[in-house]
Design a protein around this ligand. Structure first.
Ligand SMILES: Nc1ncnc2c1ncn2[C@@H]1O[C@H](COP(=O)(O)OP(=O)(O)O)[C@@H](O)[C@H]1O
Ligand SMILES: [Mg+2]
Length: 210
């Protein structure tokens, strides 16, 4: 179970708090969906959950243990918005093993299978894949580390209708094994697979009924 307790974030550079007293509970193997307009604090929240920034008060708990940034980095796998812009190698294999050269063929196979890319030759360049396949690869890059919590920033942004549907069914499938927290400004496709849902408005999080 992921819990946020009174999490706030007010960086010194900002004249106001970006996240204000956030409370949230997300049980394992569920998909939580946070919906909010641009600038409402969604990406900032994911950065904190991924251990890339630290809240200024309150905390993030996993199984009732408060986690610091280092533990959050181990727990979470963050897929950035437009993750394909961050590919930095020339093959699927290199991209998956980046930072983890010790990972064997079995883990590579497993990660690609779980996102439906098992048929792609490992030497293919990430840049040569279709838009939908690139999103799948970006997911596999996180899944290969076997994080407990998968964090997705605007996963359907920029995809056409059919690619969005494919991604939504993939996320529904991943939910069987992982806990997913998805943030988006456009919830239309994702509501169907959400177990819990919140609105975020200028840093204030409110749970909504599905
Ligand atoms: N380190 C920072 N210092 C000051 N302001 C920031 C910082 N990070 C984000 N912001 C501001 O916080 C707000 C929330 O940004 P963001 O989390 O990117 O929103 P969203 O992902 O919902 O579009 C924005 O107004 C942004 O300009
Ligand atoms: Mg954002």
């Amino acid at each position: 179970m992921l819990k946020l307790k009174h999490l706030s974030y007010h960086p010194p550079a900002s004249d106001r708090a970006i996240l204000k007293d956030l409370n949230l509970e997300l049980p394992p193997q569920q998909l939580g969906l946070i919906i909010g307009a641009s600038g409402s604090g969604k990406s900032t929240l994911l950065e904190i959950l991924a251990g890339l920034a630290s809240g200024t008060s309150g905390g993030v708990y996993w199984r009732d243990r408060m986690l610091d940034s280092e533990l959050l980095q181990q727990l979470g796998g963050l897929v950035f918005q437009f993750p394909e812009r961050h590919f930095c190698t020339n093959s699927i294999l290199e991209e998956l093993r980046l930072g983890h050269p010790e990972l064997g063929a079995e883990r590579v196979e497993q990660a690609l299978t779980s996102v439906g890319l098992a048929d792609q030759p490992l030497q293919v360049s990430p840049h040569a894949l279709s838009g939908g396949q690139q999103r799948r690869l970006a997911l596999a890059v996180q899944l290969i580390r076997q994080p407990h919590l998968l964090l997705l920033d605007e996963p359907t942004a920029g995809l056409d209708w059919s690619m969005r549907q494919q991604l939504v069914s993939l996320l529904a499938q991943l939910k069987q094994d992982w806990t997913l927290l998805v943030v988006t400004h456009d919830a239309s496709d994702l509501l169907a697979i959400a177990d819990k849902c919140w609105q975020i408005d200028r840093g204030v999080l409110t749970e909504t009924r599905l």
